[in-house]
Design a protein around this ligand. Structure first.
Ligand code: LLP
Length: 419
């Protein structure tokens, strides 16, 4: 495979294109994705799970650009959505609605109706009132809604608390001990068709044991349901497989697959996976330019032209992203890499060694997942452009927002209201 990001002659390239050239043509800050990396991550999953019936449902929230979705759709991917907006993106991108699962604790009635209309595969139900609501909505539409319950297995995913979802105290899923009762209730509902069982214990998992423990607990439920005459046809193990940002040692996809496949052996259950970060995280970088090198009393600052509004993960989770120079520089100093936003929390990296001068380009690595998707217009900053590199070609997946777009939906107070 063409390496997604590599140095050639001292200059960092995205596939065959120098990042310097991308900055020149499209400006900074700018997200740059490698098509080869997206394709290869998708294939890694398909290959690892090829021995069992499975469906990859890409978690749209990780990177919802329709160009990215279209690429996965063409490879046969399904999608995990959490809103009407995400459903619309999947449909616009040519995604197959019959491969869509709908997750999330707060599905509105209009979202349920639209998903039923589109003919999605399955609703991942997260509470009893949600089941009641879906049954009512489907009944009124004269439809049957296919469901699974997202069960909270109460296992510690050993990840950042903000992205850990499988503990009893989290808002996600139905309590484990309620599952049998709810499946029996669902069975009695005319407009509901039970298809499977679901769980997602958290994101950026770097250990296998919590997911295996969750699967074991889910399989106990599957067996108990079977004894009571409720046969499931799929099991959805969510997403969560971690990637390497610095020195983490996330499980290899093949190893992850092997442990799930071993547990599922001999069961006629189709496996659904909802990977987000694994598919896109290391396929993208955020390209930024140094505006100022500022030598403070205690610290040096490299003030760059991207900020927490472009990449929120460092500010929100204290997340580490490797930051590298696009072209080799001279001299060395330790810098706080910060953006122009008026908050001390606006940092991209702490204590990084650079040999750089003003105007130099930096690449913030592993920014393909939850980068652009969590961006905002804070400080009235237009969102960055998104570029996909395919060997020697660049494709604009999203234009840089304009100043005009910032106020597009705003209105002045009419004169009469002011007096
Ligand atoms: N399925 C469900 C139901 C989810 O809630 C999530 C992520 C996924 C799948 C995909 O998980 P992944 O494979 O990407 O780990 N903003 C955070 C991550 C939030 C994850 C939310 N749910 C971050 O930047 O680390």
């Amino acid at each position: 495979m063409t390496p997604p990001f590599s140095y050639r002659g001292g200059a960092l390239h995205a596939e065959d294109v120098p990042l310097e050239a991308i900055a020149k043509e499209f400006g900074t800050p700018c997200y740059v994705y490698s098509k080869a990396a997206l394709v290869s991550a998708y294939r890694e999953i398909s290959d690892a799970f090829s021995s069992i019936g499975h469906l990859t449902c890409y978690a749209v929230k990780a990177n919802p650009n329709i160009g990215v979705l279209n690429l996965f759709a063409k490879m046969g991917s399904g999608f995990d959505i959490v809103s009407l907006g995400e459903l619309q993106r999947v449909l616009l991108a040519g995604g197959d609605p019959s491969k869509v699962v709908f997750s999330g604790v707060g599905k509105r009635e209009d979202e349920m109706r639209a998903a039923l209309d589109a003919g999605i595969f399955c609703f991942n139900i997260e509470s009893e009132p949600e089941l009641d609501r879906l049954a009512r909505v489907a009944q009124a539409m004269n439809r049957k809604a296919r469901i699974s319950f997202r069960v909270n297995p109460n296992v510690d995913a050993k990840t950042h608390p903000y992205i850990s979802t499988g503990l009893r105290q989290n808002k996600f899923g139905i309590p484990y001990d309620d599952a049998l009762r709810l499946y029996e209730k669902a069975e009695g509902l005319e407009s509901i068709e039970i298809s499977g069982i679901d769980c997602h214990i958290g994101s950026q998992l770097t250990e296998l044991s919590p997911i295996v423990e969750a699967l074991e607990k889910i399989l106990i439920l599957v067996d108990t349901l079977e004894e009571r005459g409720i046969t499931l046809s799929h099991i959805d193990m969510g997403g969560g497989v971690g990637i390497r940002y610095s020195d983490e040692q996330p499980p290899e996809m093949a190893e992850y697959a092997k442990s799930l496949i071993t547990k599922l052996a001999g069961r006629p259950l189709k496996l659904i996976l909802e990977p987000g970060r694994f598919l896109v995280g290391n396929a993208g970088i955020l390209l930024t330019r140094i505006e100022y090198l500022k030598h403070g009393e205690e610290k040096n600052f490299a003030v760059v032209d991207c900020a927490m509004n472009d990449l929120m993960r460092p500010a929100l989770y204290d997340a580490y992203h490797e930051i590298v120079q696009v072209n080799a520089g001279q001299g060395k100093d330790v810098y706080e890499i910060v953006g122009p936003v008026c908050e001390t929390g606006d940092f991209l990296g702490h204590g990084r060694t650079l040999g750089a001068k003003e105007g130099d380009l930096l690449a913030i690595l592993s920014a393909g997942a939850y980068g652009m998707s969590m961006s905002s217009n804070y400080n009235s900053r237009p969102r960055a452009a998104e570029i996909l590199v395919d060997k020697g070609d660049c494709h604009v997946l999203r234009e840089r927002e304009t100043l005009a777009s910032l106020t597009e939906f705003e209105r002045l107070i009419p004169d009469a209201a002011q007096s």
